[in-house]
Design a binder for this molecule. Structure first.
Ligand code: SF4
Length: 282
């Protein structure tokens, strides 16, 4: 069995930056260092941070003093304001690409465009992004959701950074038909697009795909969806214990991709586990 690992599997620039900033803050400030929600959707990294002293809290109101680290996918505007009011030290690890999306969304709303966000309504990145829009933003995850969009409006479109380009294109196409005026900012991050292209390419070449990353990670889930669209033998795993030997029976080529929040050591551990399973079987 041949195992091929994608060139761009593993943590992206923004997540690596956030992890580095969090460990640095833990070393520098030692006590009372917090995140609101897990720093990234990867339980292994969250555990390592906990050991280093970075505590996960649910709400800003749960933090009385010390340092709060903002996650790579950003925080809502009011939350940042509240942290300042409370006198907390802020370590802003929001990815610069996410900040760029905030800037475009805010600017479009101030210029009178109806801001359409292509994304998942409940994802924290989208919640943060909406807060930079003056007035209401419309969040859509599929072209169907634009059925009731009134014609002739000024429409500005941005995307959650982890969206697929295909979906973004399809939604922009509907906006083009309906809008009187349209401005489009492709805010899909290169890191995401690159991983998606590789995943698509791999899914055509192998007979089983292993997608590695947190089960709550939006970009990893998206990779799994893309692969599954081509190859039903696609499995999303978070840790080595989830590997099932039956997946590899009779397979010649296995492709491995990892989400943008998956540390390289997790990928290496899982690939090692796959090799062990196969060697025991042969
Ligand atoms: S996927 Fe892109 S936007 Fe998101 S954290 Fe990574 S580099 Fe930043």
């Amino acid at each position: 069995m041949e195992v091929i690992i994608a060139k761009h599997a593993g943590v992206c620039f923004g997540v690596k930056r956030a992890i580095d900033m969090a460990f640095k803050a833990a070393r520098k400030y030692r006590n009372h260092v917090y995140t609101i929600g897990p720093l990234i959707h990867n339980p292994q990294v969250v555990d390592q941070l906990k050991e280093a002293g970075v505590i996960v809290k649910e709400e800003i109101e749960d933090i009385a003093k010390g340092t709060v680290i903002f996650r790579s996918h950003g925080v809502p505007f009011h939350l940042a304001e509240r942290a300042r009011q409370k006198g907390l030290r802020i370590v802003d690890a929001t990815c610069p690409f996410v900040k760029r999306t905030h800037k475009f969304a805010g600017m479009l709303s101030r210029k009178g465009y109806l801001v359409i966000v292509v994304g998942d309504q409940s994802h924290p990145e989208v919640e943060g992004l909406k807060s930079y829009v003056e007035g209401q933003a419309m969040v859509v995850s599929s072209p169907r959701e634009l059925a009731d969009l009134a014609g002739g409006r000024k429409v500005g479109v941005v995307a959650q950074t982890t969206q697929s380009l295909e979906n973004f294109r399809a939604i922009v196409a509907v906006c083009l038909e309906k809008a009187g005026e349209i401005r489009v900012y492709n805010t899909i991050c290169d890191a995401t697009a690159l991983r998606q292209r590789e995943a698509l390419d791999f899914a055509h070449k192998v007979d089983c795909m292993i997608v590695i990353g947190g089960h709550k990670s939006a970009n990893t889930k998206r990779l799994a969806e893309i692969c599954r669209g081509i190859l039903s033998d696609t499995h999303h795993v978070e840790g080595i214990e989830e590997l099932n030997p039956l997946w590899f029976k009779g397979k010649l080529r296995i492709g491995v991709v990892g989400g943008a929040s998956t540390p390289n050591w997790v990928i290496e551990e899982i690939v090692e586990g796959m090799r062990c399973i196969v060697s025991q079987d042969s």
